[in-house]
Design a protein around this ligand. Structure first.
Ligand SMILES: [Zn+2]
Length: 102
């Protein structure tokens, strides 16, 4: 499935925040691989986002939108940390078992 550049640029925001669906994510990833200008856009987006996005929410006076965004962000952080911790634990346990076997 290939997307055109306009659609990809719309999806990049969701993709960047990890909020895109699996299908969109795969399609964006695929497109970024083959499209230099979108790759550049994505790179710039990643750099520019944190400040400019919250500024946009603020200037619209859209606090609930910002709060929602922060909540989603926090949720993803928790998920990422939990994933990281359990992965490390698994690796540690496997290592210990291997040492014990020898
Ligand atoms: Zn493109």
């Amino acid at each position: 499935m290939s997307l055109n550049c306009d659609i990809v640029m719309d999806l990049v925001a969701l993709y960047h925040d990890g909020e895109a669906s699996k299908t969109s994510e795969a399609a964006v990833k695929e497109h970024l691989k083959g499209c230099k200008s979108c790759r550049e856009f994505y790179r710039q987006y990643g750099v520019a986002t944190p400040a400019s996005q919250s500024f946009n929410f603020m200037s619209n006076g859209n606090y609930s939108e910002l709060a929602k965004h922060m909540r989603v962000r926090r949720l993803w952080t928790v998920v990422a940390v939990l994933g990281y911790v359990s992965a490390s634990l698994c690796a540690l346990i496997m290592l210990l078992m291997r040492i014990r076997e020898e």
